[in-house]
Design a protein around this ligand. Structure first.
Ligand code: MSP
Length: 687
């Protein structure tokens, strides 16, 4: 990112007639986190999000509802603005492409390009997808379906206006090559370069005849046409600056955050439009990955669209924000499940920073009359103190090192790595407390100084950790500061200067409140008896907050994060009430079932349900972890020939790799393993 004092960050502008989902929330939360961090660091930030309101889909939906398209947009826009409020999104402006000022800017830019003869009129015949609002060429189209959305397409022939995009091909390749950060992550940069280097870049149709689509911005040079919705939408990134802040102050953008599916429109259409308009290109376009839901593509037809409002209701905005950025490296695809979210909240937040705050404040309440102890800071810098408190030196140093890495983490959008480091610092403070055993020190009047030093250190670490978590969990950071008894103005550049150790004033009255993150009671998940994988409950009533374990002066266990959530369960594990979708023979044939002989079996430590089996498939041996331990003693299985799914992606269950799954009858309880009447050779195919 560039090193100027300003920071301009954008999200895509979302289609107004979409129902807000986890994908929208993801980009917007990521942008918010960057905006909040750079404000803390003292940069002049402009954070823009908004709505894309023109185009065929809006026109059609409005017609269906029997209302004017503008009224339709006005009715739908609050779905997004309300969600952003609930998610604590701190955008500086909200643009709607139906804003009069935006429309004027689009028309001005079109006129400029037209006057420079960079827009021309021509005939065009091609395959048009109404859903994606774009033409496809003959070679793109197979079976009369849109290559993108697989919906049917129509052959259209019309006069249109074209932007001479093709002439910028070489310049764009050169720009991408010479600007390392222009397209990120690097895999996406290579994709775009690969495409530009092997295919001829055509010109871009930037108009639609009003006879077909009237809901759009009229071309300034031909009133029979409206502007193509992507040309209109992309201009938002500069038009918003023109009428909401001042173009020169913030352009070029530091980062446009987009999903991977809309990278081309940004990297190619937008970049060449800017070249034609003689404006500098954004510093960076970052394409993030997509979320699947329990292993499946999210879609309305599957009925698995994740509603961010429901997640906020159930888990709270901060926990949801944390999960989105912690679970998956930004740039990669990830899988969402409520189980994984609940586990993450418990392991990282309730047992992590929440527990650390609660135990620290409880001990201060009990042993220091509810005030932060005053400690001799001079003494703490002495050699004697360093020798006596090596762990204190370590946590202090460790927090400082993390501070030194913050800029770099945010510059590289390495949110998940940063959050991982923050949680590991929380564990270090826990270990520091455990090692000094303040509950014992409290019983010995001669150890009063040590007790106070330990409790002060814990509280001071929490103050600093609060600053670190603020961008991702703003309400939590405020709550944490309040409970420590300090007032921090997070709207001011608190991280402009280096953090000074010891700024938490001794004598401050703490205000211990509720747990930052009540532990979530994760429902006894319907464990897939076949695999031991936990099945997703169709309507998870399970994850409801329960009150925190009463604070105790005893050391709270430093709970290691449980292993990453196992891969989602296959459809067979769906709850009984849900009628499984029918599948064709082709789908069934994808599943490779085989006879397998059990060579050895043992219980997985600390699990009632899981058995670890070594099985032979004739030519190879596999390890399978199966949730059949309540029904079978391991030794009774040895020598049996059972049925396994041989081509299931390996997954880890309680840290143990499982390379397939066994078939068994039953639902949440195993009734019997599938075996054979005859003797069957291990490795024989089953169908
Ligand atoms: N209106 C255009 C963007 C114009 S920007 C000048 C648009 N809108 S959208 O409503 O479809 O928003 C799509 C955004 O949501 C994209 O960034 C897309 O990648 C993201 N996602 C849609 N589904 C997603 C997931 N399942 N997971 C993550 N993000 C996903 O495109």
């Amino acid at each position: 990112m560039n090193k100027r004092d300003t920071f301009y960050i954008t999200t895509p502008i979302y289609y107004v007639n979409d129902v807000p989902h986890i994908g929208h929330a993801y980009t917007t939360v990521a942008a918010d986190v960057l905006a909040r961090y750079w404000r803390l660091r003292g940069r002049d930030v402009f954070f823009l999000t908004g709505l894309d309101e023109h185009g065929q889909k809006v026109q059609q939906a409005a017609a269906k509802a029997g209302i004017d398209p503008q009224a339709h947009c006005d009715r739908l826009a609050p779905q997004f603005t309300n969600l952003w409020q609930r998610l604590n999104i701190s955008n500086d402006a909200f643009i709607r492409t139906t804003d009069k000022q935006h429309q004027a800017v689009v028309q001005r830019y079109l006129q400029q390009l037209y006057d420079k003869q960079l827009i021309y009129k021509a005939d065009y015949t091609g395959w048009y997808c109404t859903y994606d609002e774009r033409f496809w060429t003959e070679k793109d189209v197979a079976d009369g379906l849109c290559p993108d959305c697989k919906r049917s397409i129509e052959r259209l022939s019309e006069h249109n206006y074209f932007f001479k995009m093709g002439q910028y091909q070489e310049r764009l390749i050169d720009h991408i090559r010479t600007h390392e950060d222009f397209i990120r992550p690097v895999s996406r940069r290579n994709e775009v370069l690969g495409f530009l280097q092997t295919q001829k870049l055509g010109d871009l149709s930037i108009s639609r005849p009003k006879s077909r689509l009237s809901w759009g911005i009229e071309l300034p040079f031909d009133k029979d046409y409206v502007t193509y919705v992507w040309f209109d939408a992309l201009v938002n990134y500069v038009s918003a600056l023109e009428y909401k802040s001042g173009l020169e102050r913030f352009w070029p953008a530091n980062a446009h955050l987009v999903g991977k599916d809309i990278l081309t429109t940004h990297a190619v259409y937008w970049s060449t439009m800017l070249m034609a308009l003689e404006r500098p290109l954004p510093h960076s376009i970052f394409a993030h990955g997509w979320w699947t839901v329990d292993g499946e593509k999210m879609s309305k037809s599957r009925g698995n669209v994740v509603d961010p409002n429901a997640m906020i209701d159930q888990f709270g905005a901060d926990a949801f924000r944390y999960f989105l950025l912690r679970e998956v490296p930004f740039g990669q695809d990830g899988d969402f499940s409520e189980q994984a979210l609940a586990r993450r909240v418990n392991s990282d937040l309730a047992n992590g920073i929440g527990n650390l705050l609660s135990r620290t404040l409880t001990m201060i309440e009990r042993n220091c009359s509810g005030s932060i102890p005053t400690v001799p800071t001079d003494y703490l810098d002495s050699e004697a103190a360093r020798a006596k408190y090596p762990l204190l030196v370590h946590v202090k140093e460790s927090l400082r090192t993390l501070e030194d890495c913050l800029d770099e983490s945010y510059e590289s959008l390495a949110f998940n790595n940063l959050l991982l480091h923050i949680t590991s610092r929380v564990s270090e403070v826990d270990t520091f407390i455990d090692k000094h055993e303040p509950w014992k020190l409290a019983k010995d009047p001669d150890k009063r100084d040590e007790l106070e030093i330990v409790l002060y250190t814990a509280a001071e670490c929490l103050r600093i950790l609060g600053l670190y978590v603020y961008p991702v969990m703003p309400s939590t950071a405020k709550n944490l500061a309040e409970q420590l008894g300090i007032s921090l103005d997070f709207n001011s550049p608190l991280l402009r200067q280096k953090i000074t150790w010891g700024s938490l004033p001794g004598g401050t009255k703490i205000r211990k409140g509720n747990a930052l993150f009540p532990r979530i009671a994760v429902a006894e998940a319907a464990t897939n008896i076949l695999t031991g994988h936990e099945a997703k409950l169709s309507k998870p009533q399970g994850a409801k907050p329960v009150s925190e374990t009463p604070a105790s002066p005893q050391p709270a266990p430093v709970t290691p994060s449980p292993a990453a959530a196992p891969s989602p369960a296959p459809a067979t594990a769906a709850p009984a009430a849900a009628q499984p979708a029918q599948i064709g023979i082709d789908d069934f044939m994808k599943i490779q079932l085989k006879a397998a002989k059990v060579l050895s079996a043992e219980r997985v430590p600390k699990s009632e349900k899981l058995l670890k089996l070594q099985v032979s498939l004739g030519s190879e041996q596999r390890q399978i972890v199966a949730g059949i331990g309540k029904k079978y003693e391991p030794e009774t299985l040895i020598g049996k020939t059972i049925v396994i799914v041989a081509n299931l992606k390996p997954a880890k269950l309680m840290g143990i790799e499982s390379q397939g799954m066994v078939l068994a009858a039953g639902d949440s309880e195993v009734r019997g393993l599938a075996t054979f009447i005859e003797d069957v050779e291990p490795g024989t195919k089953v169908k």
